[in-house]
Ligand binder design. Structure first.
Ligand code: NAG
Ligand code: NAG
Ligand code: NAG
Ligand code: NAG
Ligand code: NAG
Ligand code: NAG
Ligand code: NAG
Ligand code: NAG
Ligand code: NAG
Ligand code: NAG
Length: 384
């Protein structure tokens, strides 16, 4: 809950207190900094403290000296005030009245109890704290908040990393486990349209922002004129709304969606070009387009079999969109799994037993499409 109070209103409310001073405090800054400016003030009973929320999504929350990053019992709390990165004026404000000269300890409650805790990064503020050198000095208060941040960061890095105990959907092969991403909410504005996208981001995730409202076009050839069992290029990075334009070459291939753990099986509900036969002497080639809707990885294979019964997929004819290349579930791992599970590749039993799987990709849910809602939806979302 918050009650934005304009400076004028704040001043009016205290018009009876002739000597009341109004202190203006900026909360955060244009660079997304996690800082109150100034960090400490000394105020008299009846004075006003007006907080001006800058970019990002901060709060002004009362704590105690002993517990700098926790809401004090019965303490005040402005609630969160999100401000988009491109907002440069009309910042929201929130005010308190100083009722006595006891110390008041304040922090930003964003990302509480996580390694991203703004308080843990030192985003604290004090009114009437002890002097420098006193036990309850601002320096001691801030150091104690930073110590909370250090503890949270240590806990996060000590958290057990997922171990490799995933198994492919068939074939009994161990594969890198599916990644766990962090959810990001981002405001997206393209060509005057604005919406909010919520997606799971991993290291290397493509941007959730489309290149344009119609997106880019990626050309991919399926097979080639000499009958090779390849996709060219074998994988691409694509943004939401991009089109992948598959051009089928000689032979009789498909572009069929699968999943990482079942590389040569059609995904239920996945997209599928169907067979696209192309004569040896063909000079024009069938095209099949797929629209990319988010930043999650997409896995594809060719469903065709050779006369001997072996599959194009087992020969390595696979394709991927947005595989996270610096993760254990990269394109090479996917192709190796296809050849291991459906091909004649007997190298090892496990396609990729590496335990250091962290990040695979981004699975993105574009909750969106409030096209043209401009200023309303502009006030959304900021990385923490
Ligand atoms: C921020 O950007 C969005 C999208 O371009 C726009 O609609 C909005 O008006 C901008 N806000 C400001 C304060 O410039
Ligand atoms: C001062 O008192 C008012 C009225 O009781 C209260 O709403 C406000 O939160 C108090 N200010 C502080 C800093 O606690
Ligand atoms: C077939 O095409 C592939 C890919 O373009 C090429 O690397 C290979 O040398 C070609 N093979 C023959 C026999 O032309
Ligand atoms: C790959 O192997 C699985 C399990 O044997 C089978 O169900 C699937 O049809 C095979 N895929 C292809 C393209 O042959
Ligand atoms: C293409 O392959 C599919 C599956 O093997 C087959 O059913 C179809 O008849 C083939 N088309 C041509 C023209 O060879
Ligand atoms: C595929 O997309 C391309 C690029 O947008 C377009 O030129 C082409 O007409 C589309 N083809 C089909 C079959 O939809
Ligand atoms: C993206 O969404 C469109 C429209 O719903 C759908 O036709 C297309 O198949 C989707 N793309 C993928 C890769 O699922
Ligand atoms: C990509 O996959 C290959 C094959 O499984 C693996 O050897 C390599 O370590 C992976 N790369 C990363 C960055 O994990
Ligand atoms: C065969 O499988 C191994 C282990 O999964 C993999 O590293 C290798 O790339 C595969 N070979 C081919 C040709 O796909
Ligand atoms: C602001 O931060 C709070 C707490 O993390 C979150 O619940 C809220 O959704 C954020 N608001 C926006 C618009 O990002």
């Amino acid at each position: 809950m918050f009650f934005p109070v304009s400076l004028g209103v704040a001043a009016l409310a205290f018009s009876s207190s002739v000597s009341a001073t109004v202190y203006d405090i900026t909360v955060g800054n244009a660079n997304g900094g996690t800082v109150f400016t100034p960090e400490a003030i000394f105020a008299n009973t009846g004075d006003q403290v007006v907080f001006h929320f800058q970019q990002k999504n901060h709060s002004v929350t009362e704590s105690s000296f002993a517990n700098p990053c926790g809401l004090k019992d019965g303490g005040f709390d402005s609630g969160f005030h999100p401000v988009p990165a491109n907002q440069t004026d009309n910042f929201p404000t929130w005010a308190i009245t100083v009722n006595d000269t006891n110390p008041i300890w304040v922090f930003c409650n964003q990302a509480a109890n996580t390694a991203n805790s703004h308080c843990g990064k030192g985003m604290v503020f004090a009114i009437n704290c002890g002097a420098d050198g006193a036990p309850n000095s601002f320096t001691n208060f801030k150091n104690s908040a930073l110590a909370v941040g250090a503890r949270l960061a240590a806990e996060a890095s000590a958290a057990p990393t997922p171990t490799a105990v995933a198994t492919a959907a068939y074939g009994g092969v161990t594969i890198p486990p599916a990644p766990v991403g962090s959810v990001v909410t981002v405001p997206i504005s393209v060509e005057g349209s604005v919406w909010t996208s919520v997606y799971s981001s991993y290291p290397g995730s493509p941007q959730a922002t489309p290149a344009s409202l119609v997106g880019n076009v990626h050309q991919v050839t399926v097979g080639n004129s000499n009958g090779s069992l390849i996709f060219d290029p074998p994988f691409i990075a694509a943004q939401p709304r991009d089109t992948i334009s598959f051009s089928f070459r000689q032979k009789n291939h498909t572009v069929t969606q699968s999943t990482f753990d079942a590389p040569c099986l059609a995904k239920v509900g996945g997209v599928d070009s169907g067979f696209q036969p192309v004569a040896t002497d063909a000079t024009s080639f069938p095209v099949w387009n797929v629209t990319v809707n988010d930043t999650a990885p997409l896995w594809f294979f060719c469903e065709q079999h050779k006369p001997d019964g072996s599959s194009h997929c087992g020969a390595g004819m696979v394709f991927a969109v947005n595989p996270v290349q610096d993760s254990a579930r990269n394109f090479t791992a996917y192709q190796g799994l296809a050849t291991t599970l459906n091909g004649t590749n007997t190298t090892g039993g496990a396609a990729n037993p590496s335990p250091s799987t962290t990040a695979n990709s981004a699975s993105a849910i574009s909750t969106n499409l409030a096209l043209g809602l401009g200023s309303i939806l502009a006030v959304v979302a900021f990385a923490l």
